[in-house]
Design a protein around this ligand. Structure first.
Ligand SMILES: NC(=O)c1ccc[n+]([C@@H]2O[C@H](COP(=O)([O-])OP(=O)(O)OC[C@H]3O[C@@H](n4cnc5c(N)ncnc54)[C@H](O)[C@@H]3O)[C@@H](O)[C@H]2O)c1
Ligand SMILES: O=c1ccn([C@@H]2O[C@H](COP(=O)(O)OP(=O)(O)O[C@H]3O[C@H](CO)[C@@H](O)[C@H](O)[C@H]3O)[C@@H](O)[C@H]2O)c(=O)[nH]1
Length: 326
């Protein structure tokens, strides 16, 4: 199988590229390296280019006969999206439409899209299943939701089948320490906590300890990056076997608070972690937990690396390795 991975040099995409290579696929990464890293592409070819560049995409599709496209490439920072929405609509919507246009031209019919829990907005109930209303509260979530909304039209008109995978909090790293999260700037909780443990940061700031949760800090559903990639692999088989277009929520189904994450990191690393407290971060819901029953029933997906200590241990191995990039 020839698989195009857009954004394959990024955090989740690079784990996917490695997994696809291990399964014998011919994988091609297309990435503009705006936030990704060429040395994270451990399988197949890396073609450096931007999704805004339609001629470059046409060249790529002409060169390879892709069986499917996995689309991880986007801007990903919720806070930034509020201040710079144009960048988010341009990259996450307009550039994705470019990609879909070239897929239509070359009659590539299978599309797997990285969506997000942020498409739901403020939860009306938890755990969140696929029937939960989608009322995104920031441009990042809205940009992903817009793409989710156009995909049924591409199915109807062009026969393009898609699976939208709405990740909750992607976390962890390749268990062998070969890959991990390398965002600049890093905004995600687990890598920041581990940077405080390793001494790369002075401390970790907890955004809000007055939420309506047992310890007052926000609860999230941390899902191991390897389990997310397995879901993509199953989604690919599903589409190749004639599955209909579907959207799935992907999480562990259990929530951990910010304080629980910090305590787990202390236990895993054996290091002291200095904690400071600040006001709530704008737009943070108190609790986000996924109901992944549908992914289990239809894709046969089940997360395996569900222990928070395992997720943190893998991220810690990576954090200790990252000194080589400093
Ligand atoms: N990390 C999470 O917790 C999380 C949660 C939900 C959804 N997602 C989604 O998963 C996907 C991957 O997230 P990530 O954490 O790996 O992000 P990342 O920033 O590490 O990776 C994104 C990659 O896409 C590339 N890219 C961006 N715009 C591009 C363009 N126009 N053309 C070509 N390449 C481009 C970047 O260089 C980078 O390599 C994103 O779509 C994100 O919205 C992530
Ligand atoms: O320095 C920090 C960083 C984060 N947090 C808190 O930690 C939790 C997790 O934050 P973060 O790791 O930034 O993830 P989220 O904001 O929950 O967003 C992630 O998870 C969402 C789905 O749940 C996805 O939509 C987003 O793309 C993805 O970035 C939140 O309560 C934050 O307020 C802190 O207290 N201090």
């Amino acid at each position: 199988m020839n698989i195009l991975v857009c954004g394959g040099a990024g955090y989740i995409g690079s784990h996917m590229v490695k997994m696809l290579g291990g399964k014998g696929c011919n994988v091609v990464t297309f990435d503009n390296l705006s936030s990704g890293h060429a040395d994270a592409v451990l399988s197949g070819a890396l073609v450096q280019g931007c999704l805004s560049d339609t001629p470059a995409l046409r060249n790529l599709f002409f060169q390879y006969q892709f069986d499917a496209v996995m689309h991880f490439a986007s801007c990903i920072q919720v806070g930034e999206s509020v201040h710079k929405p144009a960048i988010y609509y341009q990259n996450n919507v307009a550039n994705t439409l470019n990609l879909l246009q070239v897929m239509v031209e070359f009659e590539v019919k299978n599309f797997i899209f990285s969506s997000t829990a942020a498409t739901f907005g403020e939860p009306q109930y938890t755990p969140i299943d696929e029937k939960h209303p989608q009322l995104p509260i920031n441009p990042y979530g809205r940009s992903k939701w817009l793409i989710e909304q156009v995909l049924p039209d591409y199915d109807h008109a062009y026969g393009m089948k898609s699976v939208c995978l709405r990740y909750f909090n992607a976390a962890g790293a390749n268990p062998d320490g070969l890959l991990g999260e390398r965002h600049e700037p890093e905004t995600h909780l687990i890598p920041l906590v581990l940077q405080a443990a390793s001494g790369r940061r002075k401390n970790i700031t907890v955004f809000g300890a007055d939420y309506d949760t047992p310890d007052g800090t926000c609860i999230r559903d941390y899902i191991h990056v390897e389990d997310l990639c397995e879901a993509h692999w199953l989604a690919l088989q599903y589409l190749r076997n004639g599955g209909t277009s579907q959207n799935f929520n992907l999480g562990n189904g259990q929530g951990f608070s910010v304080s629980q994450v910090i305590d787990t990191a202390k236990a895993v690393t054996g290091k002291p972690i200095e904690v400071t407290y600040a006001d709530r971060r704008a737009g943070d819901p108190a609790r986000l937990v996924a109901d992944s029953t549908a992914a289990n029933a239809i894709l046969g997906w089940k997360p395996y690396l569900t222990e928070l200590s395992v997720i943190v241990q893998h991220a810690w191995t990576w954090e200790l390795n990252t000194t080589r990039f400093d």
